[in-house]
Write a protein that binds this ligand. Structure first.
Ligand SMILES: [Fe+2]
Ligand SMILES: [Fe+2]
Length: 513
């Protein structure tokens, strides 16, 4: 068995297989069942790595049964820990958790095994977004490793504790754990772990806006990953460096680092790293005013994250998707506001339209996805106005027919402007049809009745309300009551249920701006 383990460590897998099989046979024949159980378990892990799952499970199950027969609870616990790990990797989280707990009950008297099982339970909790529970497991795993004198285990435990503290924004504690983990990795020469720890630590510096320290740590990590040829880790280090440069206003460097991160992630097939680097590059483009490119990247990131949703072995994809949607809103809101600043009379228009539209849609029973679509569409509904000449947009007094004809093109221009952007939400109909009216007197396509998408109808009614209640270049603002009276006269512009929902959501709450 020792020979087999040496082969395994040196990467000679075929030789390791042969030795383990011989050892299993010999141990079985001589009645050394403890050795037999251990060999079968190690063989199971090798089979699992080759994707031979059924064989792997069968061998680990035999290892477990033999250990129970000879009354060796620690060996039985080891076998269960391996079986639980298999369940985890195939995404069967409940089975994994149950098995890990059983393993702990059987083999928890061995501090080393306890350290490893608690570590696995911690990872499992973390994947489910249960940070408090993860923290408790990692703490107990640290205790186990300290008792058993497992230095690498201690370093991993501190690194995990640092990450979970960072997730809970306990920066001081995270900082302390990463420092301790780094000390240990450097003492025992665990270079790869040292690199990961430096990188995680740099993200904490970044969150605390300690940009010099973040850059130093990330560069040290990058040097290690370069030496080890670890391209996936390099992608993540490039990402952190790109964010540091972005946050300190060095946009050219930031762009090259973030593009480098995406390239490395694509080359290694890491969807998560690619998605995260794309999101960060989108935020750079947003800061540079390159809004279309920002949205294209956000869409790319959104597609990548939704591919990840099916993966269960990754940390908390849903919270990452939520953060991505927040970035999305930030970009479209920013863009909407940049149009408002060209049109001095409409400051705050998009924000008010968005909140009123969401209120109306809620009354109409829209679900979360529909609300997101409405809000996104509200921020961008007038984006085509960037192409309307400034003197027309801000003209005091009435517009000529020709000038009004130019204004009326903004819904089509808006859709053209976003032609290259494929949104995960169906917002283009909202932009194109937000000036259509139920009675067919709107523009640009003179749609009628239910030809007009509901989202566009909702934006239309709250858009009219906002126009009436704010000062325009050609008239003063109406009071809430005057606006409602005026809109009552034109109620045939909207589908009856939309009009009623508007009255309910906005009509009775003039202050909810
Ligand atoms: Fe408009
Ligand atoms: Fe508008």
């Amino acid at each position: 068995m020792e020979e087999a383990r040496a082969h395994e460590r040196s990467g000679a897998i075929a030789e390791a297989f042969a030795c383990y099989r011989d050892a299993a046979e010999a141990a079985g024949a001589s009645g050394d069942h403890a050795i037999e159980s251990e060999v079968l378990r190690r063989l199971a892990v090798l089979h699992h790595r080759r994707n031979e799952r059924d064989t792997a499970i069968e061998l680990a199950t035999r290892s477990h049964a033999i250990a129970l027969e000879i009354g060796d609870s620690v060996l039985a616990g080891e076998a269960l820990n391996v079986l639980a790990g298999f369940a985890f990797e195939r995404g069967d989280m409940d089975e994994a958790r149950g098995r890990f707990r059983e393993a702990l009950a059987l083999g928890g008297t061995s501090p080393g095994l306890r350290g490893r099982i608690e570590q696995n339970l911690g990872i499992l909790a973390n994947v489910r977004g249960e940070h408090g529970e993860a923290f408790a497991h990692y703490r107990r795993s640290l205790e186990g490793f300290e008792l058993s004198g497992d230095q690498k285990g201690r370093a991993i435990a501190h690194n995990n504790l640092g990450m979970v503290c960072a997730d809970r924004q306990l920066w001081e504690e995270a900082d302390g754990h990463f420092r301790r983990s780094l000390d240990i990795t450097r003492t025992v020469g665990e270079v790869h772990l040292e690199g990961l720890c430096l990188l995680n630590h740099s993200e904490v510096h970044l969150a605390r806006q300690r940009y010099d320290e973040a850059r130093t740590s990330a560069e040290q990590a990058l040097t290690i990953f370069d030496r080890l040829g670890s391209r996936l880790d390099k992608a993540d280090a490039y990402k952190v460096l790109g964010v540091v440069y972005r946050e300190t206003g060095r946009f050219t460097l930031a762009e090259s680092r973030l593009q480098g991160a995406i390239e490395q992630a694509v080359a290694t097939g890491s969807v998560l790293s690619e998605a995260e680097a794309s999101r960060e590059l989108a935020r750079l483009y947003q800061a540079m005013g390159r809004n279309q490119e920002a949205l294209q990247l956000l869409n790319a990131a959104h597609r990548l994250f939704s591919r990840l949703d099916a993966r269960v072995d990754l940390v908390d994809v849903s919270s990452k998707t939520t953060r991505l949607e927040e970035t999305y809103f930030a970009v479209v809101r920013d863009w909407g506001q940049s149009i408002e600043s060209a049109d001095s009379y409409t400051f705050g228009h998009c924000e008010r339209v968005a909140s009123h539209a969401v209120a109306v849609a809620t009354v109409l029973g829209a679900d979360q996805g529909q609300l997101t679509t409405i809000r996104m569409g509200a921020y961008l509904h007038d984006v085509g106005k960037v192409k309307v000449p400034h003197q027309i947009l801000n003209k005091p007094g009435r517009l000529t027919d020709d000038e009004f004809a130019v204004i009326k093109r903004h819904p089509v221009w808006g859709v053209e402007l976003l032609a290259a952007v494929e949104f995960p939400w169906d917002i283009k109909p909202i932009i194109r049809y937000h000036h259509e009216r139920y009675d067919g007197t709107g523009y640009p396509d003179r749609l009628k009745g239910d030809e007009i998408p509901l989202g566009a109808q909702i934006i239309c009614i709250v858009d009219v309300y906002d126009a009436l209640t704010t000062t325009r270049s050609y008239r003063g603002a109406m009071s809430h009551e005057q606006a409602l009276a005026e809109m009552g006269e034109s109620r045939h512009w909207w589908r009856p249920d939309v009009y009623v929902a508007f009255l309910q959501a906005v009509g009775s709450h003039p202050q909810s701006v």
